[in-house]
Write a protein that binds this ligand. Structure first.
Ligand code: BMP
Length: 221
């Protein structure tokens, strides 16, 4: 499975029951976490414990504070997301060590999906150097700019998972990121605002499958 559902909106935790077994995982955004608290997250997770649970804290602080934040999430999520631009020394090195100690996956942002992320792209090589040193479980790269996903994959190889947001509401289509080398596509509003989230999630998975087949077939000349 290659779909992670982004749950950001209030009340969207109800979708966990609907989408359990269909989505590979759930990415919990800060707005929702502020709404339901850690106890709400614990209860939601217990309803679908085989899924990959990612806390999208977008950590960007000194290492000590990022590690403290990650520690508050121990046992509640499988993975936590941090920004790559904060760098290695006294920042991501400390967070990575804490994640290793707790058995929590670390996901580092290489670049973002919105237009303003051109700033991130200007320092992409530096951020990738940091990520190479951190050796996180996963990296975020934008579905809206598949060329960035290809650069990340070429540079970091196959041992890292690439998670790509930007599908649907932000303009990319299901399968775009997978074709460029991503492992998971992160989809929020296209599913959470849909009238039939289950059917929409299934349609997205089907479109990913079709794209994967098409983009991996040898091109006809
Ligand atoms: P949506 O599919 O509704 O646009 O949601 C995308 C999700 O991915 C949101 O939770 C957002 O915080 C996250 N995200 C993103 O859109 N772009 C990034 O570069 C990194 C993200 O985590």
């Amino acid at each position: 499975m290659t779909l992670i559902v982004a749950l950001d909106k209030p009340q969207s935790l109800g979708l966990v029951d609907t989408l359990c077994g269909v989505a590979s995982g759930f990415k919990i955004g800060v707005p929702l976490l502020l709404d339901v608290g850690l106890e709400g997250l614990r209860r939601a997770r217990s309803r679908c414990s085989d899924a990959l649970w990612v806390a999208d804290m977008k950590l960007a602080d000194i290492g000590h504070v990022m590690a403290l934040t990650a520690r508050r999430l121990a046992g509640l999520v499988d993975a936590v997301i941090a920004h790559g631009f904060v760098g290695l020394e006294s920042a991501l090195d400390i967070l990575a060590e804490e994640c290793r100690r707790m058995g929590m996956k670390l996901v580092v942002i290489a670049s973002m999906s919105h237009p303003g992320s051109r700033i991130y792209d200007k320092v992409l090589e530096d951020v990738l150097e940091v990520i190479e040193a951190v050796k996180p479980w996963g990296v975020v790269a934008p579905a809206t700019r598949p060329n960035i996903i290809r650069r990340v994959r070429r540079r970091l190889g196959c041992s890292v998972a690439i998670l790509s947001p930007g599908i649907g509401a932000q303009g990319a289509s299901p399968g775009d990121a997978i074709c460029a080398g991503a492992d998971y596509e992160i989809v929020g509003r296209a599913i959470t605002s849909s009238e039939n989230p289950l059917q929409t999630a299934r349609n997205i998975l089907e479109q990913q499958r079709r794209c994967r087949r098409a983009c991996r077939e040898p091109q006809q000349t």
